[in-house]
Design a protein around this ligand. Sequence first.
Ligand code: IMP
Ligand code: MG
Length: 184
Amino acid sequence: MDTTDMGDELKDVLITADQLDQRLQEMAADIDRDYAGKELLLVGVLRGAVMVMADLSRKIHTPSQMDWMAVSSYGSGTKSSGVVRILKDLDQDVTGRDVLIVEDIIDSGLTLSWLRANLLSRGANSVRIATALRKPAAAKVDVDVAYVGFEIPDEFVVGYGLDYAEKYRNLPFVGTLAPHVYAH
Ligand code: IMP
Ligand code: MG
């Protein structure tokens, strides 16, 4: 899928595929440096993190395993409450593991804050977070994010795993939607 498939539904390309690729390369280098001599358990949060996980994990040299969680945040409408329900749990035991949560975007940060505490309570040795994108609201929550791809403005974005009504996840770039897409 690319810009030509978007017709008039695309407002702007915010981050190109090349920019994403380059930034993920830098993040992978940081991760390799920080985890030298260790083994990583990469935990992806379904479904948005699929693209970031695929690209970031292939750039990492540190020996890694991969696992997935699906969570749903109880909340009213679009605001997450921080109360989280596990829809799909990890297959692997995190006891003693160095866990890196891989995310597409951090908005309120409430979901990740809960997830991090949850994995630590199960006995993980360490839990860090890597995200492709971060919105300004995330700064208000006390969740330490070790690896951030891009700080973006407080606008709804799609592509590179991120959806609007389950669409646009397969765009190779991050873009903003034209207002009329929301209107109906
Ligand atoms: P929060 O950080 O707990 O508020 O939740 C972040 C989650 O909300 C992400 O994992 C996405 O699934 C979703 N989300 C937040 N902002 C956007 C956006 O701009 N586009 C698409 N999904 C978003
Ligand atoms: Mg997500």
